[in-house]
Ligand binder design. Structure first.
Ligand code: SAM
Length: 544
């Protein structure tokens, strides 16, 4: 095997103290560097020391490197020969030998850009998408799917050992860490894609000369990696289903026509009309046929300008909803202050674990429906519901209530908490559509809970917690440690903050003299998004 996934780290488990305390000293090891970056979102205020480095490659210097593994955001982690100094390289694949040029110092490691591949990894494959090498969406499409899964699983294991402070031995002997669950379908799995309009197409350097004439033309596509103002023009995205690609191609064909008078919004000058094109797909409740929602996000309300585009795409039988979100702010978000329905319905439907969900342009819904079925089944199994209708479930970070509602059928009551008011409205509506009466959804910020929080519901038997990337706030961790429910199912989309929170729940928070009281019984990584760096984990915790 050409990858070096873990041997190089193993010795560190003996010498590396708790990462969260040692984070500022991240020159200690490659592992701590990548973890520091992993945890950056979770600890935005933590101080950084400016410890001098024993070795630092100079900016502009070229180095011959071998990528050892994938880390945060799918970047390749490499070490400088002899010194072991860590460099991270976007688009480097495990096992790849390449020449990299140092571009910048970040914390106590360096970033390099790949200049030339000397030898590719043995498990490299041809990426089916023509944009795969440049697009910010799929970063590892040219790595075999098996190798992608290996890299993701390894990343979770390293984080659980070095941030979560669980020993490799206990993970293995007690069969805690399960092999990653692959995604059956590796393309056409996304039910939501957001494309941006841009006043200038972004092209990678190697194509600049070749397509010189395209440089100034307008773009509709995906953002260039790391740039909010540069758009890679795309006619097709292999992550979405064919009917959505037909809509994209049709709009691409016509929106630049000068006679239509349409202009892309410019994020610098704030002039222009078209901001984003969001395509969402679902299925008709009775027929199971695909349903497509087309959402034009514009900087002002001008339905006449959009009408020619509406006329072109409403002819597709799958297009059942065309809406316009008007966002007058200078920001780049797609949520409008007003929404207008231009054609058909204002929402589409999707079924998940036997329930029907109504999805509007801005409601949160798991973006890989098929794999969400797998994820929710795992959550249900981990919840270990008795099925006698006696238990209380607390669904933290409930979004539109999907997890809680799928459990509601076999428990006494579900209490869901969520910060976004629209999501709470959708959750209540979803409960109603499905005839579920034993679910209560409450809007509130779980980062701001106080000592009264626990008085708002009966003591739960099971807590489901599914936070977004920063993980759980210390207030919530303390609440759970005091609540002492028999079982917690922690669902995470960021293995770094997940490992940190598992450490707090199981081993306590020594700085605050708080004891942990949970045992990690099971940790199951799930691949929801092939070709991207994202990893989902389902963790089962039981009260000690
Ligand atoms: C990963 S999503 C999970 C959604 C839902 N459990 C599902 O499976 O569809 C995380 C949710 O947490 C919500 N959220 C983020 N920060 C929050 C906070 N401070 N308090 C409450 N909810 C929050 C987000 O709005 C989002 O709906």
């Amino acid at each position: 095997m050409a990858t070096i996934p873990s041997q190089c780290f193993r010795h560190l488990s003996i010498t590396l103290p708790r990462i969260r305390k040692l984070r500022p000293l991240c020159s200690l090891s490659s592992l701590s560097c990548s973890l520091a970056e992993d945890l950056e979102e979770a600890q935005p205020n933590s101080s950084k020391t400016n410890k001098p480095n024993s070795y630092f490659p100079k900016r502009g210097q070229t180095l011959e490197l071998v990528c050892e593994s994938l880390a945060f955001k799918g970047k390749g982690l490499c070490k400088v020969t002899d010194t072991g100094f860590v460099v991270m390289c976007d688009r480097a694949l495990p096992g790849e030998r390449f020449i990299g040029r140092v571009t910048r110092k970040k914390g106590n490691y360096a970033e390099v850009t790949k200049v030339k591949t000397i030898s590719p990894p043995w498990d490299i494959v041809d990426a089916p998408c023509e944009y795969a090498l440049y697009c910010g969406g799929c970063k590892t499409q040219n790595l075999s799917y098996e190798a992608q899964l290996r890299a993701k699983e390894e990343q979770v294991r390293e984080l659980v050992v070095h941030v979560g402070w669980f020993s490799q031995k206990e993970l293995e002997l007690q069969d805690i860490m399960k092999p990653i669950v692959p995604c059956d379908i590796q393309f056409h799995y996304r039910n939501k894609m957001e494309f941006s309009f841009g006043s200038q197409q972004w092209l990678p350097k190697e194509l600049l000369l070749e397509r010189h004439n395209d440089r100034k033309s307008y773009a509709l596509g995906l953002h260039a990696p790391g740039f909010f103002d540069k758009v890679l023009n795309v006619d097709k995205c292999l992550l979405q289903i064919d009917p959505a690609n037909k809509v994209l191609a049709t709009i691409q064909d016509c929106w630049r026509d000068p006679q239509l008078g349409l202009s892309p919004y410019d994020v610098h000058s704030h002039a222009g009309f078209l901001k984003h094109l969001m395509l969402r797909t679902g299925r008709h409740v009775n027929t199971g046929q695909p349903e497509v929602m087309v959402n034009f996000v514009t900087s002002s309300h001008n339905p006449e300008l959009l009408q020619p585009l509406v006329d072109k795409v409403c002819v597709f039988p799958e297009v059942v909803s065309i809406v316009n979100n008007v966002n007058t702010s200078v920001g780049n978000t797609s949520v409008g202050e007003e929404e207008h329905t231009l054609y058909g319905k204002s929402s589409i439907t999707e079924t998940l674990r036997g329930l029907t969900f109504q999805i509007s342009a801005n409601s949160f819904f798991q973006t890989n429906t098929r794999q969400a079925e797998v994820l929710y089944k795992l959550i249900e199994d981990c919840a270990g519901i008795r099925g006698d209708g006696s238990e209380i479930v607390l669904d933290l970070f409930c979004g539109t209530g999907t997890i809680g509602l799928t459990l509601a059928r076999s428990v006494r009551h579900v209490y869901g908490y969520e910060v976004v008011p629209q999501a709470i409205r959708d959750a209540r509506l979803n409960a109603k559509i499905n005839g579920i009466q034993n679910a209560t959804f409450i809007q509130g910020d779980l980062n701001k809970i106080d000592e009264n929080f626990g008085n708002n519901f009966p003591k739960p038997d099971i807590v489901i917690s599914d936070p977004n990337r920063p993980g759980m706030h210390m207030k919530l961790i303390k609440f759970l440690l005091e609540l002492k429910v028999p079982r917690i199912v922690y669902v995470s989309c960021n293995p770094a903050t997940c490992a940190r929170d598992l450490d707090y729940l199981c081993h306590g928070v020594s700085e605050q003299n708080i004891k942990g009281c949970y045992k990690l019984k099971q940790l199951q990584p799930v691949d929801m998004f092939p070709h991207t760096p994202h990893i989902e984990c389902v963790c089962q915790l039981e009260l000690c």
